[in-house]
Design a protein around this ligand. Structure first.
Ligand code: NAD
Length: 267
């Protein structure tokens, strides 16, 4: 049994993760963490997640419980995840990070710990999206420079970063397959007299509306035909199940940086 800690326990993903840990026969929830000022510190994690009493009380400080878990799953906010990675590395605890929206400096801080512990990071932990990454790589290599490439994503109205981490990862997969640098070729918005499209660019379009869990489509458009690779998430459970699978897989790793492609054996 892998002992799991979930931080951000009261969040949309945190509650789903608590349920996913309970549903996985190889994992057990031993720790739940929220912001120290949260009114939910002190409540039972299972009651919070709506799955009934689990006997795990939500705490406000990771240091109180650092010896009580094997792997921390963190879907919170960038600054919180950086602080948690540092606390986990100092105690040799492994960590699955699903938070998105890190700055380059924060990414460097996260990566500074991988010589001392094992870290699994992915902008999207769903199995279907990770399969799409593989299909996108194949499509980009076959279609090459003969197509215009556009990435479309839609999410719920509460999402705070754009484009989504998944859309950026999809752009990176395609750019890498074509030998392009995403930073140089990405176009994040268009307005007014933009001029004709430069074929080497990769365009991004973002929609924020209602309760959309997460839609992504990458279009490869040539003259006369187009290929579209689409993934639609209908429930956060797809991400949570993948993250718990990653945590269980990570429990046998000592150190290094891994992603969901490693967990699924797609590399
Ligand atoms: P949310 O706002 O509903 O939940 C975040 C939770 O983290 C909140 O309950 C908040 O109180 C808590 N939190 C913030 N700082 C904390 C701290 N220092 N200690 C403990 N708890 C803290 O957000 P959400 O929709 O659950 O998404 C969370 C993150 O996960 C976002 O960055 C989102 O983009 C990302 N996400 C990633 C994937 C993926 O597959 N990688 C999937 C869905 C969401």
């Amino acid at each position: 049994m892998t002992r799991i800690a979930v931080t951000g326990a009261a969040g949309r993903m945190g509650k789903t993760l608590i349920e996913a840990v309970a549903l996985n026969p190889d994992t057990t929830l031993t720790v739940a963490i929220e912001r120290p000022e949260s009114s939910l510190v002190g409540v039972d994690a299972g009651e919070l997640a709506g799955i009934g009493h689990q006997g795990v009380t939500v705490v406000g400080d990771i240091k109180e419980v650092i010896d009580d878990f094997d792997v921390l799953i963190d879907f919170t906010a960038p600054a919180a995840s950086v602080a948690n990675v540092e606390a986990c590395a100092a105690s040799g605890k492994r960590m699955v990070v699903g938070t998105t929206g890190f700055s380059d400096e924060q990414k460097e801080q996260l990566l500074s710990v991988i010589d001392s512990t094992a870290l699994c990071m992915a902008s999207n932990f769903s199995t279907g999206v990770n399969l799409c990454f593989k299909l996108l790589d194949m499509a980009a290599r076959v279609l090459g420079d003969d197509v215009d490439i556009e990435v479309y994503e839609a999410h719920h109205r509460h999402k705070v970063d754009a484009p989504s981490g998944t859309a950026l990862s999809m752009g990176e997969v395609v750019a890498n397959a074509l030998g392009r640098n995403l930073q140089e070729v990405a176009v994040y918005s268009r307005e007014g007299q933009t001029g004709a499209r430069d074929r080497k660019t990769i365009g991004f379009a973002t929609v924020r509306a209602g309760d959309i869990v997460g839609d992504h489509t990458v279009t490869f458009a040539a003259d006369g035909e187009r290929v579209e690779i689409t993934h639609k998430a209908s429930s956060r459970m797809s991400f949570a199940r993948g993250a718990v699978r990653a945590a269980n897989w990570l429990a046998s790793k000592d150190k290094g940086l891994f992603d969901m492609q490693d967990v699924l054996g797609l590399k």
